[in-house]
Design a protein around this ligand. Sequence first.
Ligand SMILES: *[C@@H]1O[C@H](CO)[C@@H](O)[C@H](O)[C@H]1NC(C)=O
Ligand SMILES: *[C@@H]1O[C@H](CO)[C@@H](O)[C@H](O)[C@H]1NC(C)=O
Ligand SMILES: *[C@@H]1O[C@H](CO)[C@@H](O)[C@H](O)[C@H]1NC(C)=O
Length: 356
Amino acid sequence: MISKSLVFKILLLSGSLSFTWSHPQCTDFYPPFEDVNLQYCSQYQEFGCCVAERDAELQDLASSILSNFPEKVRGDCDNFVRDILCQECSPYAAHVFNMEDRSRADWSDFPGLCTEYCRNFHQTCDQLLPYLTRSQALLNASTESIDAFCDAQMIDDVDYCFPDILYDMDLNDQVRESQIGSSDDCLCLEEFANNLRNPLALTFASDSTHRIYVVEQTGVVTIFFRNGSYLHDPFLDIQDLVYVSSRTGDERGLLGLAFHPNYAENRKLYVHYTTSYEGTLYVRISELESFPNDTNRADARTERVLIQVEQPAGNHNGGSLFFDLEGYLLISLGDGGRAGDPFGEFGNGLNLKFFA
Ligand SMILES: *[C@@H]1O[C@H](CO)[C@@H](O)[C@H](O)[C@H]1NC(C)=O
Ligand SMILES: *[C@@H]1O[C@H](CO)[C@@H](O)[C@H](O)[C@H]1NC(C)=O
Ligand SMILES: *[C@@H]1O[C@H](CO)[C@@H](O)[C@H](O)[C@H]1NC(C)=O
């Protein structure tokens, strides 16, 4: 199956881009926000990742955990429980739970505690752990020793461990900047669309409608609006012409889309896709028109093949299509492909013989 990916409002087209820069981020990967109605995790009400409803759930959870223990333990541990449960409300929750890298499978359900704090917690309240994590590895480490537990629960980036993170000047400055929001040097990511099948291109039609055309590798182009809604019927569906397998990493498919600079008048657009017949793979650059009576649909029957080039390998088939400022359509065909660049005396790329 081709993997599902997300499109963000700012430049994020690939599902594999990892979040390694340090910025405030919640466990759902959305930015933090303000909810002044937090009663329990009130420390994070100015800017954090919890809404009042979740805050109330956390408070209930804390009560039900503590109710299993005698009064002495309840008194000694209620602050620890609050600190630990409320970490999901921290503006750095994604980092505190080691979720920074989306591709990782081993997200922790337990926040990273700084060593000294961890030792204090464990000394006093280790019997609460089965209520605070489902990680068998952590529970095992906990029965082994304090050191084993505090090592096992440590997150990759110790700068984010609790409670030191509260006193980290740099990170606090970043929180303050994000909170202020719209300052010139603030860049915010917002999820724009999801459940797309390998979106490879995103473009506009320069027809002043601000519609956003998202190209999926399988051969489908969907129109999105700036408010995030989209048209259910695709703008273009040429899945029957496009050749691509469901193998992960297949580089073939519908690879590029460009609108004629004069699209508003002539309704012409151009696609670049791989196709196959009689066992041979080709890339094709075709011109299409959208329906005169419905600019939300391109008419696949108007296809005019401009160029068709045999491709010796299934990878490196180029794909980008752009109009330059002088009105030329720029096409990239790739370098022939296959491992080790075997085509041509000097390998594939920039072999001058190609230009002779
Ligand atoms: C935890 O310990 C049990 C019993 O010693 C063992 O069977 C299990 O594999 C351990 N689990 C992990 C995740 O380390
Ligand atoms: C989003 O924008 C489109 C185009 O302007 C409009 O038709 C649609 O009703 C809007 N949807 C919402 C939910 O605002
Ligand atoms: C546009 O015209 C085509 C025939 O060329 C027709 O099939 C289609 O239903 C029309 N669409 C609209 C929105 O009227």
